[in-house]
Design a protein. Structure first.
Length: 76
């Protein structure tokens, strides 16, 4: 059976990466760019991409974990 700590830790990690991504996107300078576009430095873009990819990986791992628990419960 899955414990709350098994879910809480990964969710806290995802929340942390989402906060970094939100902070980066809040700091984007759109004053000098075309409407609907942002001017972003390469390092900010790389950091934002890393955060998003890391969040996706962590969410997929958590979903796989929860799916295996559901399958185990159905078999029981």
């Amino acid at each position: 059976m899955i414990e709350l700590n098994d879910v809480d830790g990964p969710l806290q990690d995802i929340k942390y990466m989402a906060e970094i991504a939100a902070e980066l996107s809040d700091n984007l300078d759109s004053n000098h760019s075309r409407p609907g576009f942002f001017e972003i430095s390469l390092s900010e873009g790389n950091r934002l991409a890393f955060c998003c990819n890391d969040m996706l990986r962590r969410i997929e791992e958590l979903m796989a974990s929860l799916s295996s628990v559901r399958r185990a419960r159905k078999r029981a």
